[in-house]
Design a protein around this ligand. Sequence first.
Ligand code: C5P
Length: 401
Amino acid sequence: MRGIMEQAQQKRIVLGITGGIAAYKAAELARLLVKQGIYVQVAMTEAATHFITPATLQALTGHPVLIDQWQDDKGMAHIQSSRIADAIVIAPATADFIAKLANGLADDLLSTLCLARDCPLLVAPAMNKQMWANAATQRNAQQLLADGVVLLGPVSGVQACGEEGMGRMLEAEQLAQDIVATLQPKYLAGRSVLITAGPTYEAIDAVRGITNRSSGKMGYAIAQAAREMGAQVTLVSGPSAVARPHGVLVVDVTSAAEMFDAVKQYVADADIFIGVAAVADYRVAQPSEQKIKKSDAKLTLELIPNPDILAYVAALPDAPFCVGFAAESENLHEYAEQKRRAKKVPLLAANLAQQAIGADDNELVLFDDAGEYRLPRADKLTLARALLRHAAMLYQKGNEQ
Ligand code: C5P
């Protein structure tokens, strides 16, 4: 298993664009993949160039776009490009191109490249609902699945022609998540991971409540990273505006009590539990069903402690491997290690609350039985991957003993 913060070698993908109106979304997809540090080589069919210019894709990826198989000076672009790729992604894939792939045709550079590949092929169909529903297209899509091709989408929605139905390409953000996921090492394949994330909201009355400034970003990033590593992920989330990670079961809750109920419901299936949520320590003893009216009198709220979800899970007879979080405002090392021992969790990730809450990036210190490890400042997804690599390693070691 890799070192904790070691970055994977730069991944390379060939992004194949075929001639459909969704081709405009491929520009955003290319941008998102480049942003993730991926080397993106674009290959377009001639038809695709009528929808989006190669110059756009060249500017976004920094590499000339492959189009014409006869223009390549070495004459072997189809072999070379597919050899260096970790995956080929066709987005959008037209009905015509899917038919070609299903039948092994190779009459242009992109289809030749697909036929000559020795890496995974991911296909994101995009077409009118009738074309998708057509028996021939369905037969071809089934053939691709039988051939081990990964189909990303399509989904149902409004189409360029004004109709509504199945055939719309997945959004660029979702495609990027799926593509990056296939490129990640599968340290958690076959495992089930349960995560809590976000703040909780404890009602005072019908319209007021007690909450905190947790955004959910770290927990959502961990859910995405766990899914990338092949896990089946359930994310129990307090109120959060963060976009839901693709391919993750999200269970929405509001209060700590609801979060506790949801965790109890899903924990039996979990191999790993990660408590990232900033659970309110107290709730109002008797929330008012009606809005409390203003008056000149003093108002006292009685607060009672909430259950500690992480400590409960860690103490279960058949407890999953538990990971806790600690946000401290001072004495990080001392308080975090105390907390790890008190809650009896094998791994605890600690950060300084004033730097972490709501921010896009963070730095973590991991505490386990062997000592502590610093994960230097990085965006939350990078930290989430490093944390999960460490958790997966400890989990595996624990199982081997
Ligand atoms: O004790 P403290 O709230 O600092 O501990 C933080 C860790 O415990 C986090 O992993 C958090 O998700 C978890 N926790 C919990 N239930 C609570 C309070 C904290 O699961 N009621």
